[in-house]
Design a protein around this ligand. Structure first.
Ligand code: AMP
Ligand code: ZN
Length: 663
């Protein structure tokens, strides 16, 4: 056998043993033998770098260092799940979906694994990339770290499609977690609080060799691809298993809602026997055809529902209510609690939302309160234990002045939140606005973190985001914790931000209610900041999806002379305040005023490309057919109920070719 064959054989053997051990839980050789083979391969690879393979089993031990995790857009968006908490919630959901689809609806029930979600891309059977969920549209490339997780196959087996994404959850089973903590305590280090945070923290470690030491696992639950020959969710789980992925056997096919409830009730009790954490069950419409008919809301699929087991609750003493000022001037009351352990974390603070909430629950300092942790990160107070109340306590007086700048607070009619109106002079607002401007989804200024912004503001170097562009290295170097290198990074990061496209700059300006999507809409519609600045409220409302509230906010943003001056400065410094010529060239108005629904599978372009083509040419994409729909672009396997609906509403059904002709 020549060297190359020898290396290949070892790689294949090790992959196989790895699969037996970590996926099937059924090792066929001893750990010692395994280590021997691994060592042998490592030596051969070292001596013969010409046979390098990015997916060799030797990479499982890590070693690659990632300094900055690259941001990667997801080909298929990673959605959230809608939550339900009772049998009735599930019944309502079933009723809703039965109205929207044809035929009998069956469900796949799965456990909801509590870890960090991950999207894996496989090309020709090889792991190409692993990306965190991020904001659902884009995440961080953590491939080097994920390769060290033994249950993630580097090379697939069987009859897999040439290109697809598979989603799953990276978890840390209790046993490994406990062991890791024992080792930490041994070394005099602080133990980790809970498996979930430890799992997601592990993915962002820079040294993959460190990740390799952590007993992480990856459990898979969803396949995404344009040409994947699968018809049901349950089948996709089976296929994923065949291709070498770890898919828990608990998943079950339920013929009706009663069987779903059986599954839920069973696991509500037996979840404590699982080797890893679960916070609920995920119920999915089994037929992918029906899933496609149901589509998505802005945040989550209509065809899936998470059922959350009852959250843990504790009671503790509320020591003090303090108030935070956000970047928009919004005041948030915060409950400072006597530290208490809740669902694996120590809780010291809880959100109180607003004045109404405090009044409604009659929450007072010194009260014993009930704290609950649902899916959200910040726990909330759900009530007061009145039996424990001090008879001398008096109702909470909400503050009337800003705790940071003493300006009297205002509260607009119909709004729950109090605001500090001192936009230009209130420190947390000044800092918050700049922090928002530099954030990843906006100007993404590397080298400049939130704390550094506060440092720069507090030292009088900057007072608004335009000032960033005048910063000089020699001003930064003398500051606390700063040095030549960090100062240079800031200056370079600021310089690079001049290339950030207009839509993200617009988002970064921090206009109230103008989030990423709205900023994109406005940028594409108005094309330049000057056109947007001159738009009246009446005009703004005519723009698709821009309502009264947003229009009003945009107008009042540009009504300030100070704002205009800052924007003029940004323009002068070379920040992109117009849509780029290149982008403009790819856009047309051909489809203006037309709303499209896309259904089925296409041959010339993918569904995503099709949607992009519609938007780039001025059309609008909607997920369900209504009287507002102008065209349904139908591919193969278009849902029959969509077809009937389109016909009954008299909506034109066109083919992929018809559509491509249109543009
Ligand atoms: P949430 O973030 O609470 O909206 O819940 C959605 C998340 O649940 C997804 O992003 C997944 O990471 C996670 N999840 C865990 N188990 C499953 C499962 N079996 N099916 C779908 N999602 C799951
Ligand atoms: Zn203030």
């Amino acid at each position: 056998m020549n060297i190359e064959q020898q290396i290949k054989t070892l790689r294949n053997q090790l992959s196989e043993h790895n699969y037996n051990y970590y996926v099937l839980d059924n090792p066929t050789i001893s750990d010692f033998e395994f280590d021997q083979k691994l060592k042998q391969l490592q030596e051969l690879e070292k001596a013969h770098p010409e046979f390098y393979d990015a997916n060799s089993p030797t990479l499982r031990v890590g070693g690659e260092i990632t300094k900055n995790f690259e941001t990667i857009p997801h080909t298929f968006r990673m959605y959230s799940l809608e939550n339900s908490y009772s049998k009735e919630d599930l019944e309502d959901w079933e009723k809703r979906i039965e109205k929207m689809v044809d035929g009998v609806v069956e469900f796949t029930c799965e456990l909801k694994y509590d870890g960090a979600s991950i999207s894996l891309t496989y090309e020709d059977g090889k792991l190409k990339r692993a990306v965190t969920r991020g904001d659902g549209f884009q995440g961080d490339d953590v491939t080097a770290n994920v390769k060290t997780i033994r249950s993630v196959p580097l090379q697939l087996r069987g009859d897999y499609p040439p290109l697809f994404d598979i989603r799953g959850e990276i978890i840390l089973p209790f046993e490994g977690f406990v062991k890791m903590n024992a080792e930490r305590v041994e070394l005099g280090e602080e133990p980790y609080r809970n498996p979930r945070n430890t799992a997601s923290g592990s993915l962002k470690l820079q040294d993959s060799a460190e990740v390799a030491k952590r007993p992480l696992e990856c459990l898979l639950y969803n396949i995404q691809g344009d040409r994947v020959p699968i018809k049901t969710q349950f089948e996709s789980l089976q296929k994923a298993r065949e291709w070498g992925f770890k898919v828990p056997e608990a998943a079950k096919l339920a013929k009706n809602l009663d069987e779903v409830l059986e599954f839920v009730n069973y696991w509500d009790v037996h979840r404590h026997e699982l080797p890893y954490e679960t916070d609920g069950v995920v119920v999915k419409v089994n037929s992918l055809q029906q899933q496609e008919e149901l589509g998505y809301t802005a945040k989550s699929p209509r065809w899936a529902m998470a059922y959350k087991f009852k959250a843990e609750q504790v009671s503790t003493v509320l020591n003090q209510i303090t108030y935070q000022v956000g970047r928009t001037g919004a005041i948030t009351p915060v409950a400072n609690l006597e530290a208490v352990e809740l669902a694996g974390t120590i809780v010291k603070r809880a959100s109180l939302h607003n004045a109404d909430q405090i009044e409604k629950l009659d929450i007072r300092e010194g009260d014993t309160v009930f704290v609950e942790k649902g899916g959200e990160i910040i726990p909330k107070i759900i009530g007061v234990d009145f039996t424990q109340r001090d008879p001398n306590s008096s109702p909470t007086q909400y503050i009337t002045e800003c705790p940071e700048c003493n300006t009297p607070l205002v509260r607009a009619e119909g709004e729950a939140q109090h605001y500090c109106p001192n936009t230009a002079g209130c420190p947390p607002q000044i800092i918050g606005r700049i922090q928002h401007f530099i954030s990843r989804k906006a100007m993404d200024i590397e080298g400049l973190g939130g704390e550094t912004v506060a440092l720069l503001v507090n030292n009088g170097l900057i007072n608004n985001y335009a000032d960033l562009y005048l910063l000089k290295e020699e001003q930064i170097i003398p500051l606390e914790r700063m040095a030549q290198k960090s100062a240079e990074n800031i200056i370079n990061g600021v310089e690079a931000s001049k290339q950030i496209p207009f839509e993200r700059v617009l988002f970064g300006l921090g206009i109230r209610y103008v989030g990423e999507t709205v900023a994109k809409k406005l940028a594409n519609h108005y094309k330049t900041i000057d056109a947007l600045k001159n738009a009246t409220q009446e005009e703004l409302i005519t723009v698709d999806e821009i309502g009264e509230r947003i229009a009003q906010s945009v107008v009042s943003f540009f009504a300030s002379d100070e704002t205009i001056a800052i924007i003029e400065r940004l323009k002068m410094y070379g920040v992109q305040l117009e849509i780029s010529a290149e982008k403009l060239a790819n856009q047309t108005d051909t489809l203006k005023g037309n709303t499209f629904v896309v259904s089925g599978v296409f041959t010339k372009v993918s569904r995503n490309e099709l949607k992009k083509l519609i938007e780039d040419n001025g059309g609008k994409v909607s997920s369900s057919i209504s009287t507002k729909t102008n065209y349904v672009v139908a591919g193969d396997n278009m849902g029959p109920s969509k077809k009937t609906k389109a016909e009954s509403l008299g909506v034109a059904i066109i083919s992929e070719d018809d559509f491509l002709q249109m543009i």
